[in-house]
Design a protein around this ligand. Structure first.
Ligand code: DC
Length: 256
């Protein structure tokens, strides 16, 4: 069935497609998209570990570009300058025992990119079309290097629209706020529930309303509402889809 689906949709459809690229990416990238704080990174990281695939956290890439711009005191509304930084900075994602280490121009910035100011500024920076074009090109190059689980906002819609497995993780705003507050608490930081929820809501809104690469559900994505699920249950669900070869084009579309 998968072969038939592939032939029908990829070899005999449209004109001017790069078939080598399409064939390679079809089964080699699993995309996971979803809003802020839904737990994409933890799920993608653990799934990658279980399958022996690479985990690519694209949010970390946008954060690294933002940090680079902030350190150079660049006006975060200057699209040209931001695009130049995205084009020239050197971002490396290295996994050490399943822990992501992010290098920016050779420096370990794993901690620095999680600073609240960087989180706030990443929203406007990631709205810049030139920055997104540079990041999408880099993400495609990374995806071409091997079996990858790539997570972000536009992976199934823009970066790898031809991927066979596309997942969209969702959860209620309250649940995502609760998870974020708990996560901060575990690192010794106190966060007000209402303020945290409002910050998440605002970032969601910006992610959904930008013109290029907005947060959207790909038409053939499997939507999983994780509100009442544990991380282990979500991973088990994704593993089941991958191991049984079921994707969003199959009959079971929506696991809400
Ligand atoms: O997933 P995260 O919170 O680390 O993402 C940081 C920011 O980057 C967030 O504001 C959304 C943005 N982002 C994006 O625009 N596109 C992606 N593919 C990944 C993240």
């Amino acid at each position: 069935m998968r072969v038939l689906y592939f032939i029908q949709n990829h070899l005999f459809s449209g004109e001017g497609k790069d078939y080598t690229y399409t064939i390679f990416m079809f089964y080699n990238v699993i995309t996971i998209d979803g809003p802020v704080g839904v737990g994409k990174s933890a799920v993608a990281g653990n799934l990658a570990k279980m399958l022996g695939w690479r985990h690519i956290d694209t949010g970390a890439m946008y954060r690294a570009v933002t940090l680079s711009a902030m350190r150079r005191n660049i006006d975060l509304n200057d699209a040209e300058e931001l695009t130049a930084i995205a084009r020239t900075c050197n971002i490396n994602l290295v996994y050490n025992c399943n822990n992501l280490i992010v290098y920016l121009d050779g420096e370990d910035v794993t901690e620095a990119i999680r600073d609240p100011e960087v989180s706030r500024n990443t929203s406007p920076v990631s709205e810049t079309t030139g920055v997104r074009e540079e990041m999408v090109a880099l993400q495609r190059r990374l995806g071409m290097q091997g079996l990858s689980i790539m997570e972000g906002r536009d992976i199934g819609t823009v970066v790898f629209p031809d991927a066979f497995w596309k997942f969209y993780l969702d959860a209620s705003l309250d649940e995502r706020t609760h998870r974020r507050v708990l996560q901060l608490k575990s690192t010794g930081k106190f966060a007000d529930f209402n303020e945290t929820g409002e910050a998440i809501r605002q970032r969601d809104e910006r992610d959904r309303s930008r013109s290029y690469g907005p947060l959207r559900v790909a038409p053939d994505a499997i939507i999983i509402d994780t509100t009442c699920l544990t991380e282990e249950e979500v991973i088990r669900l994704l593993l089941t889809f991958v191991r049984t070869g079921i994707n969003g084009e199959s009959t079971i579309r929506d696991f809400r």
